[in-house]
Design a protein around this ligand. Structure first.
Ligand SMILES: Nc1ncnc2c1ncn2[C@@H]1O[C@H](COP(=O)(O)OP(=O)(O)OP(=O)(O)O)[C@@H](O)[C@H]1O
Ligand SMILES: [Mg+2]
Length: 376
Protein backbone atom coordinates (compact mmCIF):
# COMPACT_ATOMS: atom_id res chain seq x y z
CA UNK A 1 0.00 0.00 0.00
CA UNK A 2 1.12 3.52 -0.67
CA UNK A 3 -0.15 7.05 -0.66
CA UNK A 4 -1.62 8.71 -3.76
CA UNK A 5 -0.59 12.26 -4.57
CA UNK A 6 -2.49 14.29 -7.15
CA UNK A 7 -0.92 17.58 -8.12
CA UNK A 8 -2.56 20.31 -10.23
CA UNK A 9 -4.49 17.88 -12.38
CA UNK A 10 -6.61 19.23 -15.26
CA UNK A 11 -8.69 17.60 -17.96
CA UNK A 12 -11.08 19.25 -20.42
CA UNK A 13 -13.49 17.71 -22.90
CA UNK A 14 -13.92 20.40 -25.55
CA UNK A 15 -14.97 23.49 -23.63
CA UNK A 16 -15.93 21.59 -20.46
CA UNK A 17 -13.29 21.75 -17.72
CA UNK A 18 -14.14 18.38 -16.20
CA UNK A 19 -11.21 18.52 -13.76
CA UNK A 20 -9.82 21.98 -13.09
CA UNK A 21 -6.43 22.23 -11.37
CA UNK A 22 -7.17 19.66 -8.67
CA UNK A 23 -4.62 18.71 -5.98
CA UNK A 24 -5.03 16.32 -3.06
CA UNK A 25 -3.38 13.44 -1.22
CA UNK A 26 -4.73 10.14 -0.02
CA UNK A 27 -2.61 8.77 2.80
CA UNK A 28 -1.60 5.16 3.11
CA UNK A 29 -4.58 3.14 4.36
CA UNK A 30 -6.92 6.10 4.10
CA UNK A 31 -10.40 6.13 2.52
CA UNK A 32 -11.11 9.40 0.74
CA UNK A 33 -14.43 10.14 -0.95
CA UNK A 34 -14.92 12.47 -3.87
CA UNK A 35 -18.41 13.88 -3.30
CA UNK A 36 -20.35 16.28 -5.46
CA UNK A 37 -23.31 16.75 -7.80
CA UNK A 38 -23.64 15.09 -11.17
CA UNK A 39 -21.10 16.34 -13.70
CA UNK A 40 -18.70 17.89 -11.14
CA UNK A 41 -15.78 15.74 -12.33
CA UNK A 42 -15.65 12.83 -9.85
CA UNK A 43 -15.50 10.01 -12.38
CA UNK A 44 -13.03 11.88 -14.57
CA UNK A 45 -10.71 12.39 -11.58
CA UNK A 46 -10.90 8.68 -10.76
CA UNK A 47 -10.30 7.63 -14.38
CA UNK A 48 -7.28 9.94 -14.58
CA UNK A 49 -5.84 8.26 -11.47
CA UNK A 50 -6.59 4.79 -12.88
CA UNK A 51 -4.97 5.73 -16.19
CA UNK A 52 -8.16 5.25 -18.24
CA UNK A 53 -7.99 8.91 -19.22
CA UNK A 54 -4.98 11.12 -20.04
CA UNK A 55 -4.79 14.50 -18.28
CA UNK A 56 -4.07 17.76 -20.11
CA UNK A 57 -1.81 18.81 -17.26
CA UNK A 58 -0.69 17.64 -13.87
CA UNK A 59 1.08 14.98 -11.88
CA UNK A 60 0.03 11.79 -10.13
CA UNK A 61 2.31 9.77 -7.83
CA UNK A 62 1.90 6.44 -6.08
CA UNK A 63 4.23 6.90 -3.12
CA UNK A 64 7.43 8.15 -4.73
CA UNK A 65 6.65 6.52 -8.06
CA UNK A 66 5.45 8.93 -10.76
CA UNK A 67 2.42 7.64 -12.69
CA UNK A 68 1.85 10.85 -14.59
CA UNK A 69 4.00 13.95 -15.11
CA UNK A 70 2.66 15.76 -18.15
CA UNK A 71 5.63 18.17 -18.30
CA UNK A 72 7.96 15.20 -18.70
CA UNK A 73 5.58 13.22 -20.94
CA UNK A 74 5.32 10.44 -18.35
CA UNK A 75 2.04 8.49 -18.41
CA UNK A 76 2.14 4.91 -17.08
CA UNK A 77 -0.52 2.63 -18.67
CA UNK A 78 -3.40 1.46 -16.43
CA UNK A 79 -2.24 -2.15 -16.07
CA UNK A 80 1.11 -0.96 -14.65
CA UNK A 81 -0.43 1.31 -12.00
CA UNK A 82 -1.41 -1.31 -9.39
CA UNK A 83 -4.92 0.05 -9.00
CA UNK A 84 -8.05 -2.05 -8.63
CA UNK A 85 -11.22 -0.43 -9.90
CA UNK A 86 -14.89 -1.13 -9.16
CA UNK A 87 -17.48 0.51 -11.41
CA UNK A 88 -21.12 1.38 -10.82
CA UNK A 89 -22.14 -1.20 -13.44
CA UNK A 90 -19.93 -3.89 -11.72
CA UNK A 91 -18.86 -5.07 -15.21
CA UNK A 92 -19.23 -8.67 -14.05
CA UNK A 93 -18.98 -10.98 -17.07
CA UNK A 94 -22.20 -12.98 -17.29
CA UNK A 95 -20.79 -15.89 -19.35
CA UNK A 96 -18.20 -16.71 -16.68
CA UNK A 97 -18.49 -18.29 -13.23
CA UNK A 98 -17.70 -16.29 -10.12
CA UNK A 99 -14.30 -17.98 -9.96
CA UNK A 100 -13.49 -17.13 -13.58
CA UNK A 101 -14.58 -13.52 -13.12
CA UNK A 102 -12.26 -13.01 -10.19
CA UNK A 103 -9.41 -15.03 -11.76
CA UNK A 104 -9.51 -13.03 -15.00
CA UNK A 105 -7.18 -10.13 -14.06
CA UNK A 106 -4.69 -12.67 -12.66
CA UNK A 107 -4.78 -14.70 -15.90
CA UNK A 108 -4.14 -11.50 -17.84
CA UNK A 109 -1.08 -10.96 -15.68
CA UNK A 110 0.04 -14.56 -16.38
CA UNK A 111 -0.01 -15.58 -12.73
CA UNK A 112 0.60 -19.37 -12.28
CA UNK A 113 -2.57 -21.49 -12.06
CA UNK A 114 -2.00 -22.69 -8.47
CA UNK A 115 -1.41 -19.15 -7.20
CA UNK A 116 -4.58 -17.99 -8.98
CA UNK A 117 -6.59 -20.71 -7.25
CA UNK A 118 -5.27 -19.72 -3.84
CA UNK A 119 -5.68 -15.99 -4.38
CA UNK A 120 -9.23 -16.23 -5.76
CA UNK A 121 -10.30 -18.34 -2.77
CA UNK A 122 -8.76 -15.83 -0.43
CA UNK A 123 -10.49 -12.75 -1.88
CA UNK A 124 -13.83 -14.55 -2.24
CA UNK A 125 -13.63 -15.41 1.45
CA UNK A 126 -12.91 -11.75 2.20
CA UNK A 127 -16.10 -10.60 0.49
CA UNK A 128 -18.19 -13.47 1.88
CA UNK A 129 -18.61 -15.40 -1.38
CA UNK A 130 -16.79 -18.64 -0.63
CA UNK A 131 -18.65 -21.86 -1.53
CA UNK A 132 -20.43 -20.33 -4.53
CA UNK A 133 -17.40 -19.86 -6.77
CA UNK A 134 -18.63 -22.25 -9.48
CA UNK A 135 -21.94 -20.49 -9.85
CA UNK A 136 -22.59 -18.64 -13.11
CA UNK A 137 -22.37 -14.91 -12.66
CA UNK A 138 -25.80 -14.32 -14.24
CA UNK A 139 -27.46 -16.05 -11.29
CA UNK A 140 -26.19 -13.49 -8.82
CA UNK A 141 -28.15 -10.82 -6.99
CA UNK A 142 -27.05 -7.18 -7.19
CA UNK A 143 -25.27 -7.40 -3.85
CA UNK A 144 -23.43 -10.57 -4.89
CA UNK A 145 -22.36 -9.06 -8.21
CA UNK A 146 -21.04 -6.10 -6.31
CA UNK A 147 -19.00 -8.45 -4.10
CA UNK A 148 -17.62 -10.21 -7.18
CA UNK A 149 -16.57 -6.85 -8.58
CA UNK A 150 -14.79 -5.96 -5.33
CA UNK A 151 -13.13 -9.40 -5.16
CA UNK A 152 -11.93 -9.04 -8.75
CA UNK A 153 -10.50 -5.59 -8.01
CA UNK A 154 -8.65 -7.00 -4.99
CA UNK A 155 -7.43 -10.22 -6.66
CA UNK A 156 -4.11 -8.89 -7.92
CA UNK A 157 -3.36 -7.21 -4.57
CA UNK A 158 -3.49 -3.64 -5.88
CA UNK A 159 -1.89 -0.87 -3.90
CA UNK A 160 -4.96 1.33 -4.32
CA UNK A 161 -8.67 0.58 -4.64
CA UNK A 162 -10.79 2.96 -6.76
CA UNK A 163 -14.58 2.72 -6.45
CA UNK A 164 -16.97 4.68 -8.67
CA UNK A 165 -20.50 4.71 -7.19
CA UNK A 166 -20.31 0.95 -6.56
CA UNK A 167 -23.45 0.88 -4.43
CA UNK A 168 -25.88 2.99 -6.40
CA UNK A 169 -27.60 0.07 -8.16
CA UNK A 170 -28.55 -1.59 -4.87
CA UNK A 171 -31.77 -1.13 -2.94
CA UNK A 172 -31.59 1.08 0.16
CA UNK A 173 -31.25 -1.69 2.80
CA UNK A 174 -28.61 -3.64 0.93
CA UNK A 175 -26.81 -0.46 0.12
CA UNK A 176 -26.55 0.46 3.79
CA UNK A 177 -25.20 -3.01 4.62
CA UNK A 178 -22.68 -3.12 1.77
CA UNK A 179 -21.52 0.32 2.79
CA UNK A 180 -20.55 -0.95 6.24
CA UNK A 181 -19.05 -4.13 4.76
CA UNK A 182 -16.88 -2.15 2.38
CA UNK A 183 -15.72 0.15 5.14
CA UNK A 184 -14.87 -2.77 7.41
CA UNK A 185 -12.99 -4.59 4.62
CA UNK A 186 -11.09 -1.44 3.73
CA UNK A 187 -10.09 -0.89 7.36
CA UNK A 188 -9.17 -4.53 7.98
CA UNK A 189 -6.91 -4.65 4.92
CA UNK A 190 -5.67 -1.08 5.40
CA UNK A 191 -6.55 -0.38 1.77
CA UNK A 192 -5.71 3.03 0.39
CA UNK A 193 -9.01 3.83 -1.31
CA UNK A 194 -10.75 6.52 -3.30
CA UNK A 195 -14.52 6.30 -3.38
CA UNK A 196 -16.80 8.34 -5.63
CA UNK A 197 -20.40 9.15 -4.79
CA UNK A 198 -22.99 11.91 -4.98
CA UNK A 199 -24.67 10.57 -1.82
CA UNK A 200 -23.58 12.60 1.20
CA UNK A 201 -24.64 10.06 3.81
CA UNK A 202 -22.66 7.34 2.05
CA UNK A 203 -19.65 9.64 1.89
CA UNK A 204 -19.86 10.46 5.58
CA UNK A 205 -20.25 6.85 6.69
CA UNK A 206 -17.40 5.56 4.55
CA UNK A 207 -14.68 8.14 4.62
CA UNK A 208 -11.78 9.26 6.69
CA UNK A 209 -11.91 12.45 4.64
CA UNK A 210 -14.26 13.92 2.04
CA UNK A 211 -13.33 16.07 -0.92
CA UNK A 212 -16.40 18.06 -1.97
CA UNK A 213 -16.20 18.86 -5.68
CA UNK A 214 -18.04 21.51 -7.68
CA UNK A 215 -17.50 22.26 -11.36
CA UNK A 216 -14.18 20.47 -11.62
CA UNK A 217 -12.69 21.86 -8.41
CA UNK A 218 -12.35 20.67 -4.83
CA UNK A 219 -14.06 23.26 -2.64
CA UNK A 220 -13.39 21.64 0.72
CA UNK A 221 -11.44 18.57 1.81
CA UNK A 222 -11.49 17.33 5.38
CA UNK A 223 -12.95 14.84 7.86
CA UNK A 224 -16.78 14.56 7.61
CA UNK A 225 -17.43 16.51 10.82
CA UNK A 226 -15.16 19.31 9.69
CA UNK A 227 -16.83 19.62 6.29
CA UNK A 228 -20.29 19.54 7.88
CA UNK A 229 -19.65 21.95 10.75
CA UNK A 230 -17.14 24.33 9.22
CA UNK A 231 -17.92 24.42 5.49
CA UNK A 232 -15.39 26.49 3.59
CA UNK A 233 -17.87 27.63 0.95
CA UNK A 234 -21.56 28.24 0.70
CA UNK A 235 -21.79 25.53 -1.95
CA UNK A 236 -20.35 22.98 0.52
CA UNK A 237 -22.76 24.08 3.26
CA UNK A 238 -25.69 23.72 0.85
CA UNK A 239 -24.64 20.43 -0.65
CA UNK A 240 -24.20 18.60 2.66
CA UNK A 241 -27.12 18.45 5.06
CA UNK A 242 -29.99 20.92 5.32
CA UNK A 243 -29.60 24.62 5.80
CA UNK A 244 -31.68 27.78 6.34
CA UNK A 245 -30.78 31.02 4.59
CA UNK A 246 -31.84 34.53 5.60
CA UNK A 247 -31.12 37.61 3.54
CA UNK A 248 -29.29 40.28 5.55
CA UNK A 249 -26.86 43.16 5.69
CA UNK A 250 -23.65 43.44 7.71
CA UNK A 251 -23.49 46.09 10.42
CA UNK A 252 -20.10 45.48 11.97
CA UNK A 253 -17.29 43.14 10.90
CA UNK A 254 -14.40 41.96 13.12
CA UNK A 255 -11.69 39.38 12.27
CA UNK A 256 -13.52 36.67 14.20
CA UNK A 257 -17.10 37.35 13.19
CA UNK A 258 -19.68 39.93 12.40
CA UNK A 259 -22.99 41.38 13.37
CA UNK A 260 -25.63 41.48 10.68
CA UNK A 261 -29.22 42.46 10.38
CA UNK A 262 -31.57 39.94 8.86
CA UNK A 263 -33.35 42.43 6.65
CA UNK A 264 -37.00 41.58 6.57
CA UNK A 265 -37.27 40.54 10.21
CA UNK A 266 -34.91 43.31 11.35
CA UNK A 267 -33.27 40.98 13.87
CA UNK A 268 -29.65 41.72 14.74
CA UNK A 269 -27.59 38.53 14.77
CA UNK A 270 -23.96 37.60 15.53
CA UNK A 271 -22.37 35.24 13.05
CA UNK A 272 -19.17 33.60 11.91
CA UNK A 273 -17.77 34.81 8.62
CA UNK A 274 -17.60 32.33 5.72
CA UNK A 275 -16.69 34.59 2.82
CA UNK A 276 -14.75 37.79 3.32
CA UNK A 277 -17.41 40.44 3.84
CA UNK A 278 -17.18 44.17 4.47
CA UNK A 279 -19.42 46.54 6.39
CA UNK A 280 -22.82 47.39 4.95
CA UNK A 281 -22.76 44.57 2.43
CA UNK A 282 -25.68 42.42 1.37
CA UNK A 283 -25.16 38.96 2.80
CA UNK A 284 -26.81 35.61 3.34
CA UNK A 285 -26.99 34.28 6.91
CA UNK A 286 -27.02 30.49 7.10
CA UNK A 287 -27.73 28.04 9.89
CA UNK A 288 -28.58 24.34 10.02
CA UNK A 289 -31.99 23.30 11.46
CA UNK A 290 -30.36 21.33 14.29
CA UNK A 291 -28.33 24.35 15.44
CA UNK A 292 -31.47 26.24 16.38
CA UNK A 293 -32.84 25.87 19.92
CA UNK A 294 -36.53 26.51 20.63
CA UNK A 295 -37.92 27.90 23.91
CA UNK A 296 -41.50 28.58 24.99
CA UNK A 297 -40.43 31.81 26.76
CA UNK A 298 -37.55 34.25 26.23
CA UNK A 299 -34.34 32.51 27.42
CA UNK A 300 -32.95 35.49 29.36
CA UNK A 301 -30.22 37.77 28.14
CA UNK A 302 -28.71 35.78 25.25
CA UNK A 303 -27.65 36.78 21.74
CA UNK A 304 -29.41 35.69 18.55
CA UNK A 305 -32.86 35.07 19.99
CA UNK A 306 -35.85 35.76 17.72
CA UNK A 307 -39.53 35.69 18.48
CA UNK A 308 -41.36 33.38 16.05
CA UNK A 309 -44.65 31.72 15.32
CA UNK A 310 -44.90 27.98 14.71
CA UNK A 311 -46.29 27.35 11.22
CA UNK A 312 -45.80 23.60 10.79
CA UNK A 313 -45.08 20.86 13.32
CA UNK A 314 -44.13 17.39 12.01
CA UNK A 315 -43.34 14.37 14.17
CA UNK A 316 -40.60 12.30 12.50
CA UNK A 317 -40.00 9.68 15.18
CA UNK A 318 -36.41 10.47 16.05
CA UNK A 319 -37.04 14.25 15.97
CA UNK A 320 -39.56 17.03 15.49
CA UNK A 321 -39.39 19.17 12.38
CA UNK A 322 -40.84 22.65 12.91
CA UNK A 323 -41.24 25.46 10.42
CA UNK A 324 -41.28 28.75 12.29
CA UNK A 325 -41.87 32.25 10.91
CA UNK A 326 -39.58 35.14 11.81
CA UNK A 327 -41.44 38.10 10.37
CA UNK A 328 -42.03 37.18 6.73
CA UNK A 329 -39.30 34.56 6.54
CA UNK A 330 -39.37 30.97 7.70
CA UNK A 331 -36.82 28.68 9.32
CA UNK A 332 -36.72 24.90 9.47
CA UNK A 333 -35.88 23.71 12.97
CA UNK A 334 -35.14 20.21 14.28
CA UNK A 335 -35.68 19.45 17.96
CA UNK A 336 -35.81 16.39 20.19
CA UNK A 337 -39.16 14.57 19.74
CA UNK A 338 -40.22 15.43 23.28
CA UNK A 339 -40.12 19.16 22.62
CA UNK A 340 -43.69 19.86 21.54
CA UNK A 341 -45.14 23.15 20.38
CA UNK A 342 -48.50 23.72 18.74
CA UNK A 343 -49.09 25.34 15.38
CA UNK A 344 -49.83 29.04 15.97
CA UNK A 345 -47.90 29.12 19.26
CA UNK A 346 -45.37 31.92 19.87
CA UNK A 347 -41.87 30.53 20.52
CA UNK A 348 -38.36 31.93 20.89
CA UNK A 349 -35.57 30.49 18.78
CA UNK A 350 -31.90 30.86 19.57
CA UNK A 351 -29.62 30.80 16.52
CA UNK A 352 -26.29 29.56 17.90
CA UNK A 353 -23.77 32.29 16.88
CA UNK A 354 -21.02 29.67 16.48
CA UNK A 355 -23.13 27.78 13.93
CA UNK A 356 -24.41 30.82 12.09
CA UNK A 357 -22.48 31.69 8.94
CA UNK A 358 -22.37 34.78 6.80
CA UNK A 359 -21.71 34.57 3.05
CA UNK A 360 -21.67 37.31 0.45
CA UNK A 361 -25.10 37.51 -1.15
CA UNK A 362 -23.57 36.86 -4.58
CA UNK A 363 -21.52 33.91 -3.28
CA UNK A 364 -21.60 30.75 -5.38
CA UNK A 365 -24.85 28.94 -4.95
CA UNK A 366 -25.39 26.62 -7.84
CA UNK A 367 -26.61 23.56 -6.07
CA UNK A 368 -30.31 23.81 -6.94
CA UNK A 369 -29.43 23.91 -10.59
CA UNK A 370 -27.19 20.83 -10.33
CA UNK A 371 -29.73 18.94 -8.27
CA UNK A 372 -32.43 19.56 -10.83
CA UNK A 373 -30.08 18.32 -13.53
CA UNK A 374 -29.55 15.22 -11.46
CA UNK A 375 -33.26 14.49 -11.13
CA UNK A 376 -33.04 14.67 -7.32
N1 LIG B 1 -15.68 11.29 -22.51
C1 LIG B 1 -16.24 12.49 -22.35
N2 LIG B 1 -16.49 13.29 -23.40
C2 LIG B 1 -17.02 14.52 -23.25
N3 LIG B 1 -17.37 15.05 -22.05
C3 LIG B 1 -17.16 14.30 -20.96
C4 LIG B 1 -16.58 12.98 -21.04
N4 LIG B 1 -16.49 12.48 -19.79
C5 LIG B 1 -16.97 13.43 -18.96
N5 LIG B 1 -17.38 14.51 -19.64
C6 LIG B 1 -17.92 15.77 -19.07
O1 LIG B 1 -17.08 16.18 -18.03
C7 LIG B 1 -17.82 16.63 -16.90
C8 LIG B 1 -17.48 15.80 -15.68
O2 LIG B 1 -17.98 14.49 -15.89
P1 LIG B 1 -17.81 13.30 -14.84
O3 LIG B 1 -18.30 12.06 -15.48
O4 LIG B 1 -16.42 13.29 -14.33
O5 LIG B 1 -18.80 13.78 -13.69
P2 LIG B 1 -19.28 13.00 -12.38
O6 LIG B 1 -18.99 13.93 -11.24
O7 LIG B 1 -18.71 11.64 -12.31
O8 LIG B 1 -20.86 12.95 -12.57
P3 LIG B 1 -21.94 11.77 -12.21
O9 LIG B 1 -22.26 11.94 -10.76
O10 LIG B 1 -23.10 12.11 -13.07
O11 LIG B 1 -21.32 10.45 -12.53
C9 LIG B 1 -19.28 16.57 -17.32
O12 LIG B 1 -19.65 17.82 -17.79
C10 LIG B 1 -19.28 15.54 -18.43
O13 LIG B 1 -20.33 15.78 -19.33
MG1 LIG C 1 -19.55 9.73 -12.38
Amino acid sequence: MAEVIVNRLSKSFGKVKAVDDVSFEVKEGEMVTLLGPSGCGKTTTLRLIAGLEKPDRGEIYLGKRPLVITDRHICIPPDKRSMGMVFQSYAVWPHMTIFENVAFPLKLRRVPEATIREKVKEVLRLVGLDNVEDRGATLLSGGQQQRVAVARALAFSPEVLLLDEPLSNLDAKLRARMRLELRSLQQRLGLTSIFVTHDQLEAMVLSDRLAVMNQGKIEHMGPPADVYQKPQTRFVMDFIGQVNHLAGRTLEVTPSGCVARATKAGEVLSCLVGDKVGQHEDVTLSIRPEDIVVYDRPPGDRPNVCRCTVKVASYLGERMHYVVAVGEETLDVFTAPRQRFAVGETVFVELDPDSMWVWRADSKHRVEQSREGNGE
